[in-house]
Design a protein around this ligand. Structure first.
Ligand code: NIG
Ligand code: FE
Length: 412
C-alpha cells in the first residue's frame, strides 16, 4: 500500500466527514481546517486532522510538506464538449466585425460546421487533441470531468466521438463521464424532416451506444430552433430505456418549458439557465435536479449571466461548469468560472467553490468519490500558492494561484 502524509497545510478547504448535495444556504458553508494534515493511502484520502494530532505512526510514512499552502478538492467540471476537430476563432473575429449568421456559417462557424469537420476527422487525431486539452485542464486544477458528444450528428460520427471519450475515460487519471448529445442540432439533411432525425437517434444511435457502453448520460439542446420540449421528452424517454439519465441544455436563449420537462424526466442536471422565469426557479427549487450554471458561455456570447443569486436564495442546488467548446466557451479554465461567478453573479467565494467542487461532482454522479476532503474520496487536490484567505481565489481573477495539482495522490 502506498501511504503519504501531507503536512503543513495552511488551510484545508471543503473538509466534510460525509457529504450530500448542497442547496440554498448550505452552499455558503465551506468547512475549513487550519494548520492541517492529510493522510493518503493508494491515492485516496485516508485521514485528516489538525497538525497537533498527528500520531508517531503517521510520521513514519513518506512526508510531503505543503509549505503552508491552501489545499482544496480539485475542480469537478460537469459540463464540457472537450472533443472537437477544430477551433473557431475565425468565426469569433467575424462576429467582432459584425458578421451575420449566414456569413459565419459560410466561414466555417456554428455547430453544423463543427460537425462537418468532426465527421471528416480521424478518430486518432480527435483523441490526441482531446488528450492534450485534458492535460492542460488538469494543470488548471480540474480533477473530474464530463464530456459530451454532439459534434457528430450522424450514426458513425457520434459513435466515433463517444469512442474517443471512452478512450479518454480508460486512459485518464481523472474520472471522465460520457454524455450522448446526438440531439445538439438538426443536420442539414433532416432540416425538413426533423422526426426522421429524432427516429435515427432513438432507433439507431441509442442501441449502438448502449451495445458498446459508450455513454453514462443523455443530453438534448432544448431550445427554439433546435429541439422542442416534445422532442426532448421523446429522446430522453428513449435514453432512459438504456439507463441513461438526462443532463440537458435548457433555457440558454429562451424559456420554452425545458425546466419543467427536465424535472419531470428526473434529469440529474439542467444546464445553462441564462433565461429563467420566476416559475422555472420555483420548479427547480423544489426538485432534486441540479441547476448547472455556465457563466463563461454567457460571457463569451455577451448574454445576461445566469440568475445565480435568485436560484440560490430560492433554495436550488447549483453547480458551476465550464461548457468548454469551440463555439460558446473556448476555455475550460474552472478558476475563471469560479471568479466570474463571484464577480458577475454575486456568488460568495464559498458558494462558488462548493458549486465547482462538491455539487459539480454530484452533477456527474461522482458525489461519493470526488469534490470534497472526505475519507475514502480521491486525493485529487489543488495546492495553492501562498494566499491569506479563500476569498483571494475568486478575487485575484486571471492570476494563476495554483502551485501544484495532485491527482490520485501524485503531483502532476
Ligand atoms: O453548450 N448551446 C449549445 N451548445 C454549446 C455550443 C455549441 C457550439 O456553438 O458549438 C453550448 O454552449
Ligand atoms: Fe454545452
Amino acid at each position: 500500500m502506498h501511504r503519504k502524509l501531507v503536512v503543513n497545510i495552511g488551510c484545508l478547504a471543503n473538509v466534510r466527514p460525509q457529504t450530500q448535495l448542497l442547496r440554498g444556504a448550505a452552499l455558503s458553508e465551506l468547512p475549513l481546517l487550519n494548520n492541517a494534515y492529510l493522510f493518503l493511502e493508494d491515492g485516496l484520502i485516508a485521514a485528516f486532522g489538525s497538525m497537533q494530532t498527528i500520531s508517531d505512526e503517521l510520521w513514519a510514512n513518506e512526508i510531503i510538506d505543503a509549505g503552508g499552502a491552501t489545499v482544496l478538492p480539485a475542480w469537478c467540471d460537469s459540463h464540457t464538449h472537450l472533443v472537437f476537430a477544430a477551433s473557431r476563432e475565425d468565426e469569433f473575429v467575424l462576429k467582432l466585425k459584425g458578421a451575420t449568421y449566414a456569413e459565419i456559417a459560410a466561414a466555417g462557424g456554428g455547430i453544423l460546421n463543427s460537425a462537418a469537420k468532426l465527421q471528416s476527422a480521424e478518430e486518432e487525431a480527435l483523441y490526441t487533441a482531446a488528450w492534450l486539452r485534458l492535460q492542460e485542464l488538469m494543470l488548471l486544477g480540474t480533477g473530474a470531468i464530463e464530456i459530451k458528444s454532439g459534434y457528430g450528428l450522424s450514426v458513425e460520427a457520434e459513435l466515433k466521438m463517444l469512442r474517443v471519450i471512452k478512450r479518454l475515460k480508460a486512459n485518464s487519471p481523472i474520472p471522465v463521464k460520457a454524455t450522448f448529445l446526438g440531439a445538439h442540432a438538426f443536420p442539414e439533411l433532416f432540416k425538413n424532416n426533423q422526426q426522421a432525425y429524432v427516429d435515427l437517434i432513438i432507433q439507431e444511435m441509442l442501441p449502438a451506444i448502449a451495445a458498446e457502453e459508450l455513454a453514462d448520460y443523455i443530453d438534448v439542446f432544448c431550445e427554439q430552433g433546435f429541439f422542442s420540449v416534445q422532442q426532448t421528452i421523446q429522446i430522453c424517454e428513449a435514453g432512459k430505456q438504456y439507463g441513461l439519465l438526462p443532463k440537458l441544455h435548457v433555457n440558454q436563449l429562451n424559456s420554452i418549458g425545458g425546466v419543467e420537462a427536465g424535472i419531470a424526466l428526473g434529469a440529474l442536471s439542467l444546464d445553462h439557465l441564462e433565461t429563467m422565469t420566476a416559475q422555472d426557479i420555483l420548479l427547480l427549487s423544489n426538485a432534486a435536479t441540479i441547476g448547472t450554471l455556465l457563466p463563461t458561455a454567457a460571457y463569451f456570447l455577451r448574454m445576461p449571466y445566469q440568475p445565480a443569486r435568485d436560484l440560490i436564495d430560492a433554495g436550488c442546488a447549483i453547480a458551476l461548469a465550464s461548457d468548454f467548446n469551440p463555439g460558446s466557451s473556448p476555455s475550460g479554465n474552472m478558476n475563471m468560472v469560479v471568479s466570474m461567478s463571484c464577480i458577475q453573479m454575486k456568488m460568495l467565494p464559498e458558494e462558488a467553490i462548493n458549486a465547482a467542487t462538491l455539487n459539480g461532482a454530484y452533477a456527474m454522479g461522482l458525489g461519493d468519490s470526488c469534490g470534497s476532503i472526505s475519507v475514502g474520496k480521491k486525493a485529487n487536490l489543488i495546492f495553492t500558492k501562498p494566499i491569506n484567505s479563500i476569498a483571494y481565489i475568486p478575487y485575484a481573477f486571471g492570476a494563476n494561484l495554483i502551485d501544484r495539482v495532485m491527482i490520485n495522490g501524485n503531483f502532476l
